[in-house]
Design a binder for this molecule. Sequence first.
Ligand code: F6R
Length: 608
Amino acid sequence: MCGIVGYTGLRQAGPVLLDGLRRLEYRGYDSAGIALVTDDGDLFVEKRAGKVANLEDALAGDPPSAGIGLGHTRWATHGRPSDLNAHPHSDCTGRITVVHNGIVENFRELRGELAAHGHSLKSETDTEVVAHLVEDAYKGDLADAVRAALRRLEGAYALVVMHRDEPERLVGARFNAPLIVGVGDGESFLASDAAAIVAYTKKVIFLADGDVADLLPGKVTITDRDGNAIQRVIDIIPWSAEAAEKGGYPHFMLKEIHEQPTALTSAMAGRVRGETICLEELDPIRERLADIDRVEMIACGTAYFASLVGSSLMQDWLGVSARSTVASEFRYSPPPIDARTLVVAVTQSGETADTIAAARLAGDRGALVVAVTNTVGSAITREAHASVFLQAGPEVAVAATKTFVAQVLTLVLLTAEVSRQLGRRTLEQEHELVKELRLLPAKAARAIELSSVAEEMATRYADAVGFMYIGRAFGYPAALEGALKIKEISYLHAEGYAAGELKHGPISLLDADVPLVAVATRSVVYEKLISNLMEGQARDARVIAVATEGDENIAKLATDVLWVPDTAEPLSPILAVIPLQLFAYHMAVARGRDVDQPRNLAKSVTVE
Ligand code: F6R
């Protein structure tokens, strides 16, 4: 949601913080700010509405010399985006400063109480109360004061606090929002995610909920909110700073689309062995897996669409009832859950509040919870009995691309493994699947190559007033994901629909200005899909088909065709989505949109 970075050490803190904020900007770009305790002992604060570039302009490339500071990039929740509401926020004395990600749910009550005690609060944010609570509790030890303030907070937070009079010390804390510690040589860092600090250190500590981290240059002490010491292990980030850079591409999204063949290879690494599939991550839960009689998948957005592929396969291959539910709705009508229910929480970031809350509910009711996530150490891994990582590397563009294909693939692997364990699929079936899996990265590369036409097509479709995307069976999640990509980055309405439902209402939207995009790859539902495609054509809609290479029939029916290689049906969404991602990308470029940081969005949604 918001991005946080903190530094204490011998480097110039200003450039370290600005570099971190640029790398965290995908988490929110409503405002950005930094605070430094300067070498002269002053507290310096600069903050600006809008992107990090506005903050950099305000600093004119020359932040004051300082060895400690904190920074923030915001996705607004309480208080509109403005200079005043931008973080950091300070107390009445101007000595204490705070950055925060999350929501202080009892902030109105706390504001009232603080105002009644003579505090003057200047912004409309929930965060500012934290600075004043720390001010009240401060008796010369910042960590003690922060712990006292935390005991008053309800809601979610990752926060970093600094006091002008303790000019080497940063105190961070987390509860239901991500925060990691970076362990350096004679320096220490705090950050919302590793991308902000991996250029300086790969050694990190993933804080757990309730942890308070007390940082001095090169020294980290962790306690709970009552001050009891806690030991946490140091993990090593497995990717480099370059992985989180554009590498010559004009946008992260384009780079990440092109990384998909590699992402697929890495998602299979260590899991596709010889002719079989083996997810060692499941070893600790094998006994419980043997007993499952139902599968529930929970996820949001793109991850939800990936989960639709997973649940449909689970039902087919395991022969048990399986379904996907949008995580934000799951809690309002939870299905019967017991120890024999397998709940799969799919989330790229591992920090999506709705998915975490749904997983927690399932766990509380006794379900076996498996997380499918890209983020080692993320909150969802603490809710789960086992975690299967996407191994896709960092995804920076707000619109998910490579993690969608990695999620679908990982869910296929998970389903294959569980169905074999339960004796529901034969080894021959698994060998067939493995053969297709091994060809998949090269086919994804071919799909990218074949989609080079998308750029020219986008210039012809840039004037469309909206799009209708349709698909059936495994083509349906791909259609939903294709439509979401258009919405997110082109700001055009695009509806993803089950093709059979077109005639039950939305067909009335089709005309010359509303093209129909049909996922019509080779499958058992191909003929039916072609009928739906022709229904659109008969309403004067321009028709874009995503079709299997060599399908001569479709070229006669569609206005434009985006070709993909043939593959096994369960893997088909992985290839079908690629031209749709590229079409959405080029549409956004043609319409002059901010591809990597579309308006109103943030990559990681840590509020419910
Ligand atoms: C779309 C997109 C979002 C996320 C959703 C869930 O491009 O990125 O729809 O898929 O916010 O995020 P995660 O997977 O991090 O739980």
